[in-house]
Design a protein around this ligand. Structure first.
Ligand SMILES: [Zn+2]
Length: 229
């Protein structure tokens, strides 16, 4: 997918999107471990410092593997559909064992007890990246809200609200990608406000109003919402 150019205030791009430190590299947002090859053209990237760029990779790998194992109901690589995750689980027995320890057989089937601080850290990182890329809004502080819910645990109403988020009260910054997407509005974006990075694996929606709000759907399984007041 082609993303619009950012014509917003370029000063926002001079600092690490995660900590505000000096820009030393770019970070793919979403991280490639959440996507399959061949990767989409033009993956969104955001400026980052090297320590931040490196600090998330183990947690991102954990989240990608966790979601794949939950969907498979198993940590056995042979049961996992994504080839990349199969490779990671095969080459990282410790990670596989760790996720396996979080798996419980209950009367309702197999349930995983994820390490929420790690999941929240990755989801917050992704949301910061999307907020900058789409809205040209740096969100350096801790978010005011983080919701991470498996789709199957949402009520129908919650699901509807998540899929069709309310239009923001204000317009995004002039020149930001979100503003341009509003102006370009092709048929697809009239039907859905989501930016689909890879079908079935990753989509997001970012809005600026009274709050900066980012919604992320991972593998059509994990519905995430992060906002800053
Ligand atoms: Zn940083």
């Amino acid at each position: 997918m082609k993303h619009p150019q950012n014509y917003g205030d370029e000063r926002q791009l001079l600092q690490c999107v995660f900590c505000g430190g000096p820009t030393q590299t770019v970070d793919h947002c979403p991280s490639r471990v959440l996507l399959d090859e061949p990767y989409p053209e033009q993956l969104p990237t955001v400026p980052a410092c090297l320590p931040c760029n490196n600090s998330f990779s183990l947690d991102e790998e954990y989240l990608a593997c966790l979601v794949a194992c939950v969907l498979a109901g198993s940590t056995d690589p042979d049961n996992v559909t994504r080839p990349k995750i199969r490779r990671i689980l095969n080459s990282s027995p410790a990670l596989r064992a760790r996720i396996d320890q979080q798996k419980n057989e209950s009367a309702n089937g197999i349930v995983f007890q994820p390490e929420m601080p790690r999941v929240e850290s990755v989801v917050t990182k992704l949301a910061k990246g999307h907020a900058l890329f789409e809205l040209n809004e740096p969100c350096l502080g801790e978010p005011d809200l983080i919701q991470i819910v498996p789709v199957e645990l949402m009520t129908q109403e919650e699901r509807q609200n998540f899929e069709l988020p309310e239009a923001p009260a204000g317009w995004p910054e002039a020149g930001s990608r979100a503003m341009q997407r509003m102006l370009i509005m092709d048929e697809a974006s009239l039907v859905s406000p989501w930016v689909v990075i890879q079908n079935g694996l990753y989509r997001y929606h970012a809005a600026a109003g009274a709050a900066i709000s980012v919604q992320i759907m991972i593998a059509e399984y994990l519905a995430c919402k992060v906002s800053w007041d």
